[in-house]
Design a protein around this ligand. Structure first.
Ligand code: HEM
Length: 493
């Protein structure tokens, strides 16, 4: 009996030691919230991770560490430290495993957002130069964007003052710009098949947190429940999106137009594969990589831009004086009747300020896209082991009084002096920073400008009678997105 008792006590001691060792932070790891075995501090995160990260930053400092389940995470809230860290190769990895994508026949480590190493470098370089080339030459891209914005405005006009939820229309308008660039094709803005495809991306973003939950507790996938059902749905969505990409590729390959004035991404990909003389590079231009890259450009390109535009609308409604000042600038300097083009940009510094404030206050991508350390890194006196997730606390930086005066105010004039635009503040990071900075910066700037300037030229945005709208009313996942809302688009002429 006493032998049994001793054995049992040893077993208990052994388990306690194991748990203790599992929960112990690596030496010199940044401070952070307490962690339980298996779940880490994830139960403390809540439904708005960026809000919790801000609170932890206030408590533990500009560099803090925590456990998301068993995964080590380090969060950086000092802009200068972040800029230096994310400019290093060692801090430029991505998260390797995600259930939704890995088990739906589209591996995460291909494409542009999820890949790393040599493959990523080759294809990031290719994507950057192709997007740049597509944006050049006879204002082709500008014409595409203006054409799409005009089609959208025509639909708003046809509403004749009836309230409309702008989300689907804005999503399809922006997705059409990406489609023109990658497939050389557009869809009708009200095409139900296209609307279904574009809706799949935001549906999957909403499942992001459950994906993590299922990785922490794999048994959740063994029987039918809410989590396994949602993940099965997200996997199906990825399959549907992949089928859409394949259909576009087939259509495109069936009628290539090598003399097209501005060849699209798909055409450029085929040409690169045919022309490259380096066999190692040629080998990486596979069909799977193509689908992955198209998928990433389509998803990253449409969702984040659409959400930023919805944020701009929310803030303009919250700040009607800003909307009036922006419209007065347009009326005085360009005129209501003329379509605004990129060449009018210099005339409209206040509009540029509105866009930057929508990016800063909206915080579409509040914690950026997570990086991963590829080796041990020293930062701010701490040691970050290899395979740690690195997070840019962008939302916190965007409201930090060290970088912004009166950060809670939506104030486009903070970017102006004597009516002229100042240099863009370095601490404004909507597209990230460093080696993995969003690769569509020029496109994003052009889209946001042409969209917002022409929308305000044509319409005054108003809330339907009795409705309210607040920038605090949003859902949070990898992106912060305003909850659905309706607006009245009252024509100005
Ligand atoms: C307002 C719109 C956009 C926002 C807020 C946004 C934001 C971001 C952010 C925060 C990152 C991660 C940066 C990092 O890891 O440090 C990123 C990466 C990326 N973005 Fe964007 N983005 C936008 C539009 C676009 C568009 C239009 C495209 C494509 C046409 C695009 C394609 C990508 C790709 C492919 C990456 C991955 C780059 C890499 O991992 O190396 N984004 N974006």
């Amino acid at each position: 009996m006493s032998l049994l008792l001793v054995a049992f006590s040893i077993l208990v001691l052994f388990i306690i030691t194991l748990i203790f060792l599992k929960c112990r932070r690596p030496s010199n790891f940044p401070p952070g919230p307490p962690a339980l075995p298996i779940v880490g501090s994830s139960l403390l995160v809540g439904s708005r991770p960026a809000v919790r990260m801000h609170e932890w930053k206030e408590k533990y400092g500009d560099i803090f560490g925590w456990y998301n389940g068993r995964q080590r995470v380090v969060v950086i809230s000092d802009f200068h430290v972040l800029k230096k860290l994310f400019s290093e190769d060692a801090a430029s990895g991505r998260i390797i495993r995600r259930l939704v994508r890995t088990e739906s026949t589209l591996p995460l480590n291909i494409g542009l957002v999820g890949s790393e190493g040599e493959l990523w470098k080759i294809h990031r370089r290719f994507a950057l130069s192709t997007l740049r080339d597509l944006g050049m030459g006879k204002n082709w891209l500008e014409d595409v964007i203006i054409g799409e914005v005009e089609s959208m405005c025509a639909i708003f006009r046809a509403q004749k003052g009836a309230p409309i939820n702008p989300s689907v229309l804005v999503t399809n308008t922006i997705s059409n710009v990406i489609c023109a660039m990658i497939f050389g094709k557009r869809f009708e803005l009200t095409d139900p098949k296209f609307s279904r495809i574009t809706s799949l991306i935001s549906a999957n973003l909403a499942v992001h947190k459950l994906d993590f939950l299922a990785q922490t507790f794999p048994f959740l996938m063994w029987f039918p429940n809410y989590v396994s059902k949602k993940i099965a749905m997200a996997r199906q969505n990825v399959k549907d999106l992949r089928a859409f990409m394949s259909e576009m590729i087939r259509e495109h390959d069936a009628s290539p137009d090598p003399n097209a004035e501005c060849p699209d991404y798909l055409f450029a990909y085929r040409r690169e594969r045919a022309q490259t003389t380096n066999p190692d590079v040629k080998e990486t231009f596979t069909e799977m990589q193509l689908i992955g890259s198209l998928f990433d450009l389509f998803a990253a390109g449409s969702e984040a831009t659409t959400t930023t535009l919805l944020w701009a609308m929310v803030h303009l409604i919250e700040n009607p004086d800003v909307m009036r000042t922006a419209q007065a600038e347009i009326d005085e300097r360009v005129g209501k009747q003329k379509v605004i083009t990129s060449s009018d940009r210099v005339l409209l510094p206040y509009i540029e300020g509105v866009i930057m404030e929508a990016q800063r206050c909206g915080n579409t991508s509040p914690l950026g896209v997570p990086h991963r350390s590829l080796e041990e890194i020293k930062v701010g006196g701490y040691t970050i082991p290899e395979n740690t997730i690195l997070v840019a606390n962008t939302a916190s930086i965007h409201y930090d009084t060290r970088y912004w005066k009166d950060p809670q105010r939506f104030d486009p004039s903070r970017y102006l002096k004597d009516g002229a635009l100042l240099v863009r503040p370095e601490a404004l990071l909507p597209l990230g920073v460093g080696k993995r900075l969003c690769l569509a910066e020029p496109l994003v700037r052009m889209e946001l400008f042409l969209f917002i300037a022409n929308l305000l030229r044509c319409f005054t945005l108003e809330l339907p009678e009795g409705k309210t709208l607040s920038s605090n009313d949003y859902v949070s996942s990898l992106v912060n997105c305003p909850n659905p809302f309706e607006l009245i688009f009252t024509p100005r002429f």
